[in-house]
Design a protein around this ligand. Structure first.
Ligand code: DAH
Length: 360
């Protein structure tokens, strides 16, 4: 019996001392497992005489039940302690004020619009705006694109629905930011220096076209504005925007109804190794359309072309965003995919600081 007492003592002590589930399981196996000390003794009962068994059996049974109960109690206590520890570790004071952790990002189009605006603001250009649902007169006629002009077809225009019986030309989703030229001229007269960034719409969809995209229009009107000032302004802009010291622009004769003469402007670049480098190499990148404002356009804006002249240009914001930040597919700009936005987006607090890189 002494022997059983010591087994009981040892086992209970081991149970009390087990520091975790695993240690406790080892104690259980050592006592009550198939080859456990108590199990082996119970097996010996079979070899005893009936009298011996009658006295030893109940003692062993009682011991087995006691150990079993102690194991259960200890297991429950360990689980409680683990839960307590977790509750203490994961404690949260819900009465504390919230700490805002900004998760959103600034869309590349917003970022680039800000950058462009900052650069032109530094050169004295104000920002002008116009409606996205525009009258056919502002979008076309006033810009010297009469109804029969082929440019109207090229614009793949979205037309607004007309009320029944209304025979006036339908309004359109503006196909370019150029109508803002007319609105700014009418609102402010000459001299004038404005840019007009914003959304424009055309029925087009592929890797480099989406039905909605962004342009920025630029306009400078004064007594003696010339193509030379246009070139300087655009060079200065490209230098600041692409953050390079040297840029070279090439003016290619072109045609736009609202300018005369008109030029498309290319930027010297290199695509060596698949990477775009501005200002070096033998490739040319078309970046915008421009020219001297057509006298009829000045007239439509209420400005006397005999006294004033000016330059204008129009540039795709999405396009220069793709070039500057190496974004391959335009369509992804407008799919609202959070992974794309996190990858290409800008920190909400990182405002563009390009003023510093402007010369002069
Ligand atoms: N409006 C033209 C377009 O959407 C771009 C453009 C070209 C604007 C020449 C201008 C300009 O102001 O002078 O394709």
């Amino acid at each position: 019996m002494d022997d059983l007492d010591s087994l009981r003592g040892r086992t209970l002590a081991a149970i009390a001392g087990a520091s975790g589930e695993e240690a406790l399981e080892q104690v259980r196996v050592a006592a009550l497992g198939k080859k456990g000390e108590i199990s082996l003794r119970m097996r010996e009962l079979g070899r005893m005489s009936p009298e011996e068994r009658r006295s030893a059996g109940p003692v062993l049974n009682a011991l087995r039940d006691e150990i079993d109960a102690a194991l259960r109690a200890r297991r429950a206590a360990l689980a409680d302690a683990a839960l307590e520890a977790r509750l203490a570790a994961e404690w949260l004071d819900v009465t504390l004020p919230g700490r805002p952790r900004p998760r959103g990002t600034v869309h590349p189009v917003s970022q680039v619009t800000e950058e462009v605006t900052a650069i032109f603001a530094d050169m004295g250009f104000a920002v002008a705006e116009g409606p996205q649902v525009e009258s056919d007169w502002f979008n076309f006629d006033a810009l010297n694109i009469p109804p029969e002009h082929p440019a109207r077809q090229e614009h793949d225009t979205f037309f607004m629905a007309r009320a029944e019986g209304d025979n006036r030309p339908p309004h359109v989703l503006r196909t370019h930011t150029s109508p803002v030229q007319i609105r700014a001229m009418q609102a402010h007269g000459a001299p004038l220096r404005v840019i007009a960034p914003g959304r424009v719409y055309r029925m087009d969809m592929d890797l480099t076209h989406t039905p909605m995209f962004h342009q920025v229009e630029g306009l400078a009107i004064d007594r003696d504005i010339s193509m030379a000032q246009l070139k300087w302004t655009l060079e200065e802009f490209c230098r600041a925007f692409f953050e390079v010291d040297r840029v070279e622009l090439r003016f290619r004769a072109s045609h736009f109804p609202f300018t005369e003469p008109s030029a498309e402007v290319d930027l010297r670049c290199s695509w060596a190794g698949g990477q775009l480098k501005i200002g070096e190499g033998d490739d040319w990148l078309e970046i915008l359309g421009s020219g001297m404002i057509h006298p009829r356009v000045l007239e439509a804006g209420g400005i006397d072309p005999a006294r004033w002249q000016g330059f204008a240009f129009g540039m795709g914001i999405d396009r220069i965003a793709m070039l500057k930040y190496g974004i391959p597919d335009l369509r992804a700009f407008f799919e609202s995919d959070l992974r794309w936005l996190r990858h290409y987006g800008f920190g909400p607090l990182s405002a563009p600081a390009l003023h510093a890189s402007l010369g002069g």
